[in-house]
Design a protein around this ligand. Structure first.
Ligand code: AMP
Ligand code: GLY
Length: 419
């Protein structure tokens, strides 16, 4: 198969790394790709991932059999619809299905209508009405912008002042903040379950836990994710079965009842407390960095599974997992998730690899023949081992040999599971 991968972050590097192991793969392209993806695929960086017409033309010209879409924006932008209209197969969901991530209101209303467990909520397009409601409900309470806001449109307010300010701040999220969702605060422990689906059959992947806050001890601002590990012991057999029966299956069925066939990866962000899982959010794509720990544990052929999702033949497939553990520590630019410097030289990647790490590039580029930083999240240093303890001990030895100015990483990835 000739495959085109869309995206260039750590998640896409992990996807490329895994797809490249498939015996089904012939030619492999990536747009835009990255210095890490270049090891596996020909990277083309002069086509925008928001230019559906140009992407379709490229796929046709190169005889692509499957386009794999990493990030949410092209899905929300209808890339799969554009490809399918030209009979090009894609792994990823259509534009209407992508609303499950693209609009919090769509997702919350769907869950409410079909009794999928999630926090109570109200939707407002009027600041004063939202504030009145918040005063009535009191804190802690959660305020969310409706549309895509790069993970930043959510404020978990611990007190009333913070909550009222959050309503005013929603203006800063552009059109995403025109409508806001005010949501009941859910206590508990978070986990992420990614599931492959062809719209009928659902295959949940091994559960992972992300670390969203920038600093140790879950302090500081929310980020795209500072590290992850899998499997996440908080998702025991009972929770896994509950998530499949009460969340994943009913959600795919609910979408179907609304006239939407969901194909691709459905990401359920969960809050787990006292043996019950509720949905925090859905994403219409693989998680980042969750993918960097889930795929190293997958023994099956990911390309074969993705192709089956696109073909509607997932019911014929089985998935198998290694019984190891994986951990990924994100090395970020100092200042992230706020402003940070770019173009800082990165040393030690080869040394870290020689110590056994798999390094996924999240925000790097080559400048004057040198690897430099180019994003907030820079590298995902990943290690698998027979126990989580061993994986964690080893991963930090690898992190310590990598250097760039102002590098920042959390020192407590997986600490909760090790306790
Ligand atoms: P979201 O983008 O909806 O996943 O929200 C980002 C983060 O905010 C989540 O990963 C949670 O840590 C937190 N969060 C969102 N909604 C809630 C909620 N209702 N209760 C508690 N925490 C939440
Ligand atoms: N790690 C969180 C996300 O992918 O949305």
């Amino acid at each position: 198969m000739n495959v085109l991968l869309i995206g260039g972050g750590g998640r896409e590097h992990a996807l490329a790394w895994k797809i490249a192991q498939s015996p089904l793969l012939k030619k492999f392209f990536a747009i835009p790709g990255s210095p890490g993806i270049k090891d596996f695929a020909e990277c083309v960086d002069d086509i925008s991932i928001s230019d559906n017409a140009a992407l379709v033309a490229f796929a046709k010209e190169k005889g692509i059999n499957l386009v794999v879409i990493g990030p949410e924006a092209p899905l929300v932008n209808g890339l799969v619809d554009a490809l399918n209209a030209e009979n090009i197969k894609a792994f990823g969901c259509t534009k209407d299905a992508a609303q499950i991530e693209g609009s919090k209101i769509f997702a919350k209303r769907l869950m409410k209508k079909y009794n999928i467990p999630t926090a109570e909520f109200e939707v407002f397009d009027n600041v004063d009405a939202a504030k009145d409601y918040i005063r009535k409900k009191s804190a802690p309470i959660v305020i969310k912008a409706d549309g895509l806001a790069a993970g930043k449109g959510v404020i978990v307010a611990q007190n009333l002042d913070e909550a009222l300010n959050a309503v005013d701040e929603m203006k800063n999220f552009g059109s995403a903040g025109d409508k806001i969702v005010v949501e009941e605060f859910m206590a508990g422990e978070e986990a992420s379950i990614l599931a492959l689906t062809d719209g009928e059959t659902i295959i949940p992947l091994i559960a992972a836990q992300d670390h969203k806050r920038v600093n140790d001890g879950d302090e500081g601002l929310n980020t795209g994710g500072m590290g992850a590990y899998a499997p996440a012991p908080i998702v025991d057999k009972k929770i896994a079965a509950q998530v499949e029966e009460k969340i994943l299956k009913p959600t795919i069925a609910a979408l179907k009842a609304e006239g939407i066939t969901y194909r691709g990866c459905l990401y359920a962000g969960l809050m787990i407390k006292d043996g019950t899982a509720k949905v925090v959010e859905f994403n219409c794509r693989f998680g980042d960095p969750e993918t960097q720990v889930v795929l190293p544990l997958m023994e099956s052929d990911l390309l074969e599974l993705m192709n089956a999702c696109a073909d509607g033949t997932l019911s014929d497939k089985k998935i198998s997992w290694s019984n190891q553990s994986a951990v990924c520590v994100i090395m970020a630019s100092g200042g992230y998730p706020k402003s940070y410097k770019k173009n800082l030289p990165i040393d030690g990647v080869t040394k870290a690899k020689s110590l056994g790490a798999t390094i996924f590039h999240a925000g790097t580029k080559i400048k004057d023949n040198e690897l430099v930083t180019s994003g907030g999240r820079v590298l995902g240093v990943t290690m698998t081992a027979s126990t989580l303890r061993e994986a964690v001990d080893k991963v930090y030895k690898c992190v310590e040999v990598i250097h760039f100015d102002d590098a920042h990483y959390r020192k407590d990835i997986a600490a909760r599971a090790l306790k």
